[in-house]
Write a new protein. Structure first.
Lengths: 302, 302
């Protein structure tokens, strides 16, 4: 099935289930929410809910399995939306993302597998976490299309030293952030557009070149996930291009200069889960291979 | 009025209003919630709500003025509680805390004044933020009474380098944390007891001697607010006592050793407000001189 013919959440999920869509879900079913998927043994569920409640910006909990072991219906954590509006009946959380990861006792067991029907048990609970694809559409519509979207690359994501609030077994985690470059003069508009997506990471957590150090990011051109960011012409690294401008002594107009803008990222809870050393089988979608939902962007805009 | 004769939130507020109670509200009306009070010009209200929503652990928003300029009724931000259950009719947010602070254009104008009736305008909105007095009662009942409570001192509070998520005009803020020492072997129980107070800072954000560095706290014996923490015998600083034990080469049993335990603190949003350089008149309760509510601890326990 051609990507362009997939216009609803249900179509995206069915294409993932029957193997006709196997790649990143970026750009799939435009206008529909996409979700990070984390599937945990039930004994960790309370702590995970607390982790999300205490860290709503990087860990925006949208919904979870309607009951322990339930893989075909969810209950909503979003005001004014019920579970069936988020994920319609007939869905299958074990097969409806294009690709999955499986961890056993915190060690990777399967990478990019097609489904997790063999691993799912009556003791598992799936959690759906918000994703920034939603606000990217809104940014593009406001004439502020993220560069990586225009260049057909994945958004760069970085580990930071910005601490999460601990919650039960989840301790010592830090924010993962995504980065999109913008001209300094556009940052306020970018903040305004994304602020309305409070349930999907919302406005940036930090921005500007100083923020790189504040967040403890070592190399802006070497993200831990996604593709390294390029300069405007796609010729070299975004960070290297700036260094070269500085070396050439080019005086930059404050407003014209491009700066990195950082958002909370849905990889954060996955990292926290990995770091916690959980026992048993944990599953997740493969990076970029999200679960596409029936709810639409406008359903969650504030 | 004697402190011990004040057993309801309304009694505490009336005693504050008529000037018979003028000191810290610690221990007043046991079992009733107490709140940090922040009163802002209405144009900052949306950003402040977002700040609280994005940082619920240090900034747990309980309620706010029922409308712009309304000083005698609140709307609730707590599930299953309506405004009148939090703060009964007949209250007066301008007079019902024992002492207030007034800032004009971000500069302190009045310290520890009796009321803010002269400064309050039809454009002001009051915000009620959770306070850790609630879980201290629960800790004491579990046989884990916080030291400063036993010693009749104020809890020590520290500025940290742990970043808040930015929200509108509120940018670059950091957590303020409160600290209570506990034996290492008791930390898990302390976490369990306070975890249930999710709407009042909940479980600790960090703990252990390593946490002092992680949080960027310079001197554990020199808190920015409250009283310096003492050792068990009340003889010297909690941090200095440990240094002397280390110098004497005393090998400590891991479980017996006392470690600092840190919680998110309701001074955080005040600090964020001060840092934002707001224009106009901002008001707050004086530190420790809280607004006592009609809602009870058990109303918000999870």
């Amino acid at each position: 099935m051609m990507k362009t013919s997939i216009v609803t959440g249900q179509q995206a999920r069915l294409a993932s289930r029957n193997g006709t869509h196997t790649t990143s879900t970026s750009g799939l079913a435009p206008g529909h929410l996409q979700a990070n998927l984390i599937i945990l043994p039930s004994r960790y569920a309370n702590d995970f809910r607390t982790l999300c409640a205490r860290n709503p910006v990087p860990c925006p909990l949208i919904a979870e399995s309607a009951a322990k072991g339930c893989s075909d219906a969810v209950v909503s954590h979003i005001k004014n939306l019920v579970g069936d509006e988020i994920l319609g009946r007939g869905s299958d959380l074990r097969r409806d993302a294009p690709r999955y990861m499986v961890y056993r006792d915190s060690k990777l067991e399967k990478s990019h597998c097609e489904d997790v029907t063999a691993e799912w048990t009556g003791d598992h609970i799936a959690f759906l976490i918000g994703c920034s694809y939603s606000f990217e559409t809104a940014l593009a519509e406001a004439g502020l299309a993220p560069r990586q979207l225009v260049q057909g690359r994945n958004v760069p994501m970085y580990r930071t030293t910005m601490g999460l609030c601990a919650a039960g077994v989840f301790r010592g985690g830090t924010y993962v952030v995504s980065m999109r470059p913008y001209r300094r003069r556009d940052v306020e508009r970018v903040r305004e557009v994304t602020r309305r997506f409070g349930a999907m990471h919302g406005e940036p957590v930090d921005w500007g070149w100083d923020a790189v150090g504040r967040l403890g990011i070592g190399d802006i051109d070497g993200p831990e996930w996604g593709d390294g960011p390029l300069d405007e012409e796609g010729r070299m690294g975004f960070g290297r291009a700036r260094e070269e401008r500085l070396l050439r002594g080019e005086v930059e107009d404050d407003g014209d200069e491009e700066v990195p803008v950082f958002w909370g990222c849905g990889v954060t809870p996955q990292e926290a889960v990995m770091r916690a050393g959980l026992e048993g089988v944990v599953m997740a979608h493969a990076p970029g291979h999200m679960l596409v939902l029936d709810a639409r962007d406008e359903d969650i805009v504030e």
